[in-house]
Design a protein around this ligand. Sequence first.
Ligand code: APR
Ligand code: PHB
Length: 390
Amino acid sequence: MRTQVGIIGAGPAGLLLSHLLHLRGIDSVVLERRGRDEIESTIRAGVLEQGTMDLLTEAGVGERMKAEGAVHHGFELAFEGQRRRIDLTGLTGKSITVYAQHEVLKDLVAARVAAGGKVFFNVSDTSIHGIETDHPSLRFVYEGEPHEVQCDYVIGCDGFHGVSRAAIPAVRREDYERVFPFGWFGILVEAPPSSDELIYARHERGFALVSTRSPNVQRMYFQCDPADSVDRWSDDRIWSELHARVDSSDGQHVVEGRIFQKNIVGMRSFVSATMQHGRLFLAGDAAHIVPPTGAKGLNLAVADVRVLTAALVAFYKEGRTDLLDAYSETALRRIWRAEHFSYWMTRMMHRLDDASPFEQRLQVAELEHVTTSRAAATAMAENYVGAVAV
Ligand code: APR
Ligand code: PHB
């Protein structure tokens, strides 16, 4: 098999890249380890920046997102028994949309299938060859048979645990990493929204987040031990923890409902510098991870794809390689901005077991500052909506 761009991974990065290339007349093949049902049902985050919405719309997959996504013009910070609002639109002129990542994936898969896109699900033994030559290839097993795709470029969109990052020689790689000693316990609940906007709560017992999926389904999280097990958390125990962390002294409280999904995720910050070697380019979680506190993961993956699409189009339409050569540097500037923001927000909002009482008071002082100083609130809002120029 021969294609122009060989893509590993059918997450948001791989599928969006494949579809945008198709719209510009560039052929690609996508290889995915998991099944279509599995990728379409894996629960992940759901905050889309305006720039993400714009690119999905440009790709022709924005219709359902616009109809079903909820536009949010602000969010609340809860601390010391009170709630303070960050007015995203008032401070930046922009908003965010809450629309689950697996819904984005369903829209992308449907668009690829409708366009006759070559997406192979349930592949195994993916391997990358010849990235230091101008004719790289991908080998994989599909339906029990070995296959090979010859291509001009290989794009690793295979997430943090994929194979592509490791294909870059160790001497060229520099990994930067911080693993946090806490995780998030996430639940999906059948209930009306507890609040019109997301609530990020800092509490002595730990962080909590109240988010939403639809008028009838809510998403909530609370900080937990990453080694904990969901079986140890009865519904009653979950609700009492959420009430303790989120309810405010003026009577606003989390609305309970039937919990139908529970999961625990670990938290890490990670950056792979470089994101390119020879004819191999990394995009999305394959190259970087942020803790979910700033809701940047999906948006960063989409932003990588925007830069990479423009660079590949410049190569195929004009024979230029300057944008491809600059890809890693261009993408990493924005990635480091988002890494800093996500780390900053994580440190401000979570219970840090190594923090002294002095440092805990600093967290509260910082929350006071970002909710009372217009300049500080603007900086936070610009980062949250993705309006920072880098
Ligand atoms: N061969 C083929 N596919 C693979 C391989 C492999 N060896 N290894 C991993 N994959 C697939 C995974 O099964 C997954 O579907 O690559 C895909 C990577 O998708 P994501 O992890 O969703 O990564 P990405 O597209 O970069 O999107 C980043 O996803 O993890 C969230 O919070 C993150 O929102 C962010 C977004
Ligand atoms: C979510 O709705 O899943 C969500 C929202 C905001 C975050 C992280 C996750 O910061």
